[in-house]
Design a protein around this ligand. Structure first.
Ligand SMILES: Cc1ncc(COP(=O)(O)O)c(C=O)c1O
Length: 444
């Protein structure tokens, strides 16, 4: 675990080169040492370890929060900072009704059901899936313990030998992992370099055999916060006889009509897509789900190995999911969303006034382009030192020269914390001479 400014990985490299052998003699006698050394010799691992070492005081990864409060203040290694790195966009992790749902379910159902859902589930899962379906206006939904497990279970489940699975390159890692399993099971998998209809048509024309077609894509890109042109892509994929699979983890509860997500916003309905939503981000509970019909759900249960062989969402969190659906369907949601959108607007307008390029604020993730990897880490660290924690996103999460600061706006950020962050951004941009919008436009 890395505390701020602390080096923890150097010892691995040092041990290989023999410089720290004495101090670490005891640890080296572990039976796991040969494995550790073999993995450390791997080229990619060595590059990553060297990089972490070189940027030990800057990268702010693997942080431990010592305390957290309702208004998103956290303490990290003695630093008191405003946390702009939380996906609990609506602040529901702090909501009394969500807490009460977890507390009330606990005595009756216990902390965990202790069985794969393929064997048995508390009735709470049926209630939560029905409430999610009612909120989204779809026939049914199917819950997994995480979006990762949904993607890894579903992509091989909805494709088979002879099918073409096109995966948008910028999709989340778990979509790519699911696609790898689909490929291992016989589907043809190709990457889409640009999420554009023409590029999609070309890839399909080049690669399709006689089977089905699925386009897997994110609804909101997790690093940049941007949204791909889902309506145009859906029109193309459906004209070609296929279907879109949209991982809308960051759109769930925040984007589109009543927070139904980026796909619902672009397409008006979720009837013709498989939309995967998150229950761990704006929902502040745990899990992921896919929209479906009851018939399809039966088939997905038979074909999805993470459902059959994996564990469930614990009962108190199932109760919390239903509580969040109730909140989203109530007038209170309008207030929450208004608060969130107001804060996103306050931040993006502030950035506009400063002339700093950002992604536009269509979601609760506002990304600020820096470019160079080390400058990105340094900018993140400089904001941290001024009392604001944001996430520095660098390669491989973004392209090599595409480093950005990822700011997650939450409904419970006090307005003065957003103003303070803007002031800190202005200082850091000036001091480090980071690119302004004018320079970015001139460079295009
Ligand atoms: C687009 C997207 N998909 C999937 C995930 C993984 O979600 P989970 O933590 O539920 O596995 C994330 C996490 O940030 C994400 O942004």
């Amino acid at each position: 675990m890395t505390k701020v400014g602390q080096v923890t990985v150097g010892s691995l490299l040092g041990r290989l080169t023999g410089t720290r052998q004495k101090a670490e003699a005891d640890e080296s006698s572990s039976g796991l040492q040969p494995l550790t050394e073999r993995l450390t010799r791997n080229k990619i691992t060595r590059i990553a370890l060297s990089f972490l070492d070189a940027n030990a005081g800057l990268h702010l990864k693997d942080l431990l929060l010592d305390s957290a409060s309702d208004d998103r203040r956290v303490t990290i290694d003695g630093h008191h900072v405003w946390n702009f790195g939380s996906d609990s966009f609506l602040g529901l992790d702090r909501h009394p009704r969500v807490h009460a749902a977890i507390r009330d379910a606990l005595p009756e159902w216990g902390a965990h059901n202790g069985a794969s859902r393929a064997f048995s589930s508390p009735v709470l899962v049926d209630e939560a899936e029905a409430k999610l379906a009612a909120w989204l206006g779809v026939a049914d939904t199917f819950i997994f313990p995480s979006v990762t497990l949904a993607n890894v279970g579903l992509l091989p489940a909805i494709t088979q030998a002879g099918d073409l699975l096109v995966v948008d390159r910028e999709s989340h890692d778990s979509v790519h992992q699911g696609a790898r399993l689909a490929a291992a099971a016989g589907a043809r998998v190709v990457e889409l370099a640009e999420p554009e209809p023409q590029a999609l048509e070309k890839v399909v024309a080049q690669s399709r055999g006689g089977g089905g077609l699925v386009l897997a894509i994110d609804g909101v890109y997790s690093m940049s916060g941007r949204t791909p042109p889902l309506a145009a892509l859906d029109e193309t994929v459906r004209r070609l006889g296929g279907i879109m699979y949209v991982d809308d983890a960051h759109g769930t509860g925040v984007v589109g009509p009543r927070g139904r997500g980026a796909a619902a916003e672009a397409l008006g309905t979720l009837d013709n897509v498989l939309m995967v939503g998150s229950l761990s981000k704006a929902f502040s509970c745990l899990g992921g789900f896919v929209t479906c019909t009851p018939e399809l759900k039966t088939i997905l249960k038979i074909r999805s190995s993470t459902f059959i062989f994996g564990g469930p969402v614990p009962p108190p969190y199932l109760a919390a999911i239903s509580a969040v659906c109730d909140i989203i369907m109530s007038p209170e949601y309008d207030t929450l969303l208004e608060g969130l959108r107001g804060r996103i607007g306050r931040f993006t307008e502030g950035l506009d006034a400063l002339g700093i390029e950002h992604n536009g604020g269509g979601s609760a993730i506002v990304s600020l382009k820096v470019g160079d990897m080390e400058k990105t880490f340094a900018a993140g660290r400089a904001l941290f030192d001024r009392g604001y924690y944001v996430q520095s996103a660098t390669y491989p999460a973004v392209p090599i020269q595409g480093g950005l600061l990822r700011v997650q706006i939450n409904a419970n950020h006090p307005p003065q914390s957003i103003d303070g962050l803007l002031g800190a951004v202005a200082e850091v941009w000036k001091a480090a001479r980071l690119p302004t919008r004018r320079q970015a436009v001139a460079a295009r």
